[in-house]
Write a protein that binds this ligand. Structure first.
Ligand code: WQD
Length: 335
């Protein structure tokens, strides 16, 4: 049985990926520093799959702790989620973001180099494209100057991976996520935003649950059909399955280059107003919202051209926006 290290494995996307890895027959070992999640997620994963993953609470910024882990754990692949991911916060704490998102990445790659480990999957983001010139966005779209420190850590992370792959013959895939939403059908794991949610869906579900007064829609003067910004919202379970497909590509040595990257989205764009309407349909709730000025740094529209990922990973999304929003609402009602 192949053993896979999942860093950030108790987080939102990480925990859903651990479930799919176990479902696919992999043994999983999780590293998480619990800075943005709770240890209870480990029991929930165990309830879903019946198998408790091995867990180590490690801060990947501590080089010695990373080294000690690999002294005692031989793995056949690494899926690296652990990172800070709040776009707004990253502008006020750039050095924390560079240290955690890039320092830890380098320590992991050094261990792979020194111990001849291989097969690395990196959590990247469509943020690297900024506002793309053409829609839908293909992998050929140019990477633009990042609008945020967070986005820059993803861009620099990909550069580090490209150089490490070339110099040390490492097989690496970066998955450029569009907007992950939803919760596992068991409703035992989902998104746990700490504090006031920055992202649209948790803010919607907390408003519908009466925890927030009303949703502020950030601008309706964009150059889009209804004036509100468009994004590609992908169910987190579909996103998790893309990681299994990418890992199997590497393990089966079907990758065509040492460093590859793929756009992981549904291929469909939805505006904020369309999401609100779909949420009301999925939940049966009427949502309180008001239009306010645009949010600094937001782009008009982004949705993926998934042709390459569909073909090369033999993967495509199966769940609809309504299913995702319905699972988010059920998850919110559990909180
Ligand atoms: C979606 C849309 C907002 C909140 C970010 C990161 C990206 C990834 C996903 C980490 C936008 C609008 C939002 C609200 C609103 N994160 N909105 N009212 O900004 O597309 O992407 O999160 O990997 O890297 O950049 O996602 O959910 O914040 O916003 O109107 O209260 O909803 O303007 O159009 P975003 P989001």
């Amino acid at each position: 049985m192949k053993k896979i290290l999942v860093t950030g494995g108790l987080g939102f996307i990480g925990s859903h990926t651990v479930v799919e890895l176990q479902n696919a027959g992999f043994e999983v070992v999780i590293i998480d520093d619990l800075s943005n999640t709770t240890i209870g997620v480990l029991d929930k994963i165990t309830e879903i799959t019946g198998t408790k993953p091995d867990f180590h609470q490690i801060d990947l910024r501590v080089k010695n702790d990373v080294k000690n882990f690999f002294e005692n754990n031989k793995v056949d692949g690494i899926i690296h989620f652990a990172a800070f991911k709040a776009v707004g916060e990253s502008m006020h704490k750039p050095l924390d973001y560079y240290e955690n998102n890039l320092g830890a990445l380098v320590y992991l790659l050094q261990e792979m180099r020194d111990r001849k480990l291989d097969n690395f999957i990196f959590s990247s983001s469509c943020t690297v494209y900024g506002q793309a010139d053409e829609l839908p966005i293909t992998e050929k779209a140019p990477v633009k100057t990042a609008e945020s420190v967070y986005g820059n850590t993803k861009q620099i992370g990909e550069e580090i991976l490209k150089d490490a792959s070339k110099a040390h013959n490492l097989n690496i895939i970066a998955l450029r996520y569009f907007n992950p939403i939803g919760a596992h059908p068991s409703i035992k794991i989902g998104e746990l935003p700490l504090g006031v949610p920055q992202n649209l869906i948790p803010y919607i579900t907390q408003t519908a649950a009466g925890m927030r007064e009303e949703l502020s829609v950030f601008g309706d003067d964009y150059d889009t059909p209804d004036g509100t910004a468009v994004r590609d919202y992908i169910h987190v379970v579909d996103l998790a399955k893309a990681h299994i497909a990418a890992l199997e590509r590497l393990i089966n040595k079907n990758n065509k280059k040492g460093f590859e990257y793929f756009n992981i989205g549904t291929g469909k764009g939805s505006s904020v107003l369309e999401v609100i309407k779909a949420f009301e349909k999925a939940s049966g709730k009427t949502l309180n919202y008001k239009i306010v000025p645009r949010r600094e740094g937001d782009i008009t529209a982004a949705y993926a051209d998934t042709t390459i990922a569909n073909k090369e990973l033999n993967w495509k999304t199966e769940k609809t926006l309504e299913e995702a929003l319905g699972s988010s609402w059920k998850w919110q009602q559990q909180q």
